[in-house]
Design a protein around this ligand. Structure first.
Ligand SMILES: *[C@@H]1O[C@H](CO)[C@@H](O)[C@H](O)[C@H]1NC(C)=O
Ligand SMILES: *[C@@H]1O[C@H](CO)[C@@H](O)[C@H](O)[C@H]1NC(C)=O
Ligand SMILES: *[C@@H]1O[C@H](CO)[C@@H](O)[C@H](O)[C@H]1NC(C)=O
Length: 175
């Protein structure tokens, strides 16, 4: 499934009315705690304009040399329904040698990359930290770069490392 990111973005821009990003929930699940587990995973509200998301994943079996990330975007109608993206990216391959044409993977990584310690190629030998991704940043990414329409959304990510589906991170938000 190859959807041209720029075309989608332009198309959505056409219908765009001004609105704002808001986190509504963040869910982290570890399926194999022997392999890895979340030390924390939360949204925090400092005041009306400053809210952020943070998480820390403890890697118990390092080095991590392969990582597949299944990503889906969903929009709520009667329940959450597929919306735009549903695909799997090879995280290690992308970090090592990003295909410049793969703007979708680049976009999804960009949602937390500047606030994380993942910005290097595999192997990963340290715990994964995503520190204080603010709503202002997500607002820019999800109403300007990918100008989503109004609604309730869910981005699911499923992480497979060493061939084991070990973690899910689901981000709920509204625009
Ligand atoms: C919200 O909190 C941040 C960080 O402490 C601060 O910089 C900002 O001025 C606050 N905004 C308001 C409206 O109080
Ligand atoms: C994504 O695609 C897979 C099959 O490739 C399907 O099983 C799954 O239900 C889809 N998820 C969404 C949210 O569309
Ligand atoms: C990530 O690393 C690349 C290559 O080292 C660098 O060009 C880029 O600016 C970094 N991005 C962030 C958000 O740190």
């Amino acid at each position: 499934l190859e959807i041209a990111f720029d075309k989608i973005s332009k198309y959505l821009q056409y219908f765009k009315v001004s609105c704002r990003f808001e986190f509504t929930n963040l869910k982290c699940t570890s399926f194999h705690k022997v392999h890895s587990e979340f030390e924390y995973c939360f949204l925090k509200s400092i005041n009306r304009t400053y809210k952020y998301a943070s998480l820390k994943l403890l890697l118990h079996q390092v080095p991590v040399e392969d990582c597949l990330i299944h990503i889906s975007m969903q929009k709520r109608l009667n329940g959450y329904k597929p919306f735009l993206y549903n695909y799997t990216m090879d995280g290690c391959k992308f970090m090592k040698n990003p295909n410049p044409g793969d703007k979708v993977s680049k976009f999804f990584l960009s949602l937390f990359r500047p606030y994380s310690n993942i910005n290097h190629s595999c192997p990963y030998n340290n715990d994964i930290i995503v520190d204080k991704v603010p709503i202002s940043f997500m607002n820019y990414k999800l109403t300007k770069i990918l100008p989503l329409p109004k609604g309730d959304f869910l981005i699911t990510t499923s992480w497979t490392m060493k061939g084991i589906h070990c973690n899910d991170v689901d981000v709920y938000f509204s625009i």
